[in-house]
Design a protein around this ligand. Sequence first.
Ligand code: ZN
Length: 260
Amino acid sequence: MLIKNNDTGLTSITLKSGIFPYQLEICLYIVDGILIDTGSANTLSKLKRVLNKEKISCAAITHVHEDHTGAASWIKRNLNIPVYLHNDSISEAAVKTSIPLYRRLVWGNRDGFDADPMPLFIETGRYRLDVIEAPGHHNNHMVFHEKKMGWLFTGDLYVSRRQLVAFKDENISDAINSIKNLLQLDFKTVFCGHSGIHHNGKEKLKAKLDYFLQIQEQVRYLEKTGLPHEDINRKLFPGKNLWTKISGREWSSLNIIKTI
Ligand SMILES: [Zn+2]
C-alpha cells in the first residue's frame, strides 16, 4: 500500500514480508526524495516497482537488520545514489547475511552492499533530517528528526508500547536512555518501521518509556532479594511466548530482564 501526500511530499509505503503465517509488515517512507529504510529481501520485488516510478535522491537506513537493508544492494547497483548507514555497521553490511530459517521465511537473506557513511544531517530542497544516535534496539541504531514539521523517523525504537520480548541485539537500558534523550526534542509524529505513522507519537514514546521504567523498578527490587534473572523473568513474564520458541530464543523476555 502506498499513500502519497502531495502537500508535504511524504510518501508512506506499507509492505507485507514473507508468506502466511510467517508474515510481518514493513513501513518505509520517502521524504522529498529521501528513502527511509529499504525493506527486506522478500519485499524487494514489490519495492522495485515503487522505486522505478519515484524520484529518489538517497536512502537513509536506521539500522543494519535484514528487514531494513533488503533493497540496499539493488539501489546501489541500479539507482546509483548514496545509501547511508551508521559508520560502525558498514563492514557488516558489506557481507550477505546468513540468518536462521524463521527470519529467512519472514525477511529473507539480504545481499551485501557498499554503504555510505551516515552524514550528520540530510537536506533536500524542503526539509532537513537531523541524524540522531538512538541505540537500544540495535547498538548502531539511528533516528531522523525533521524539526520544522515535528517528524521523527524511529526505525525499530518504538514498534509498540508494551514490549514482551527483546531481540538478542537489543539493550533495554540503552533504549531507555535513547527515548529519554529523544523526548527532549520537538516532535509530534512518529514514523515507525513496522507500526506505521503515530500522530500522537511523542505521547506513545513517553508511554513506552514509562512501561520500561516500571519493569526496571520491579527488576531492581527483585534483584535485591537475590532472585536470579531466570526466576525474575518467570515472575514478570509468566506466559510462554511463541516467538521465543520459534526463534530458538533469539527473542526473549529474559533479554529484557538481563539488559534493563
Ligand atoms: Zn530491527
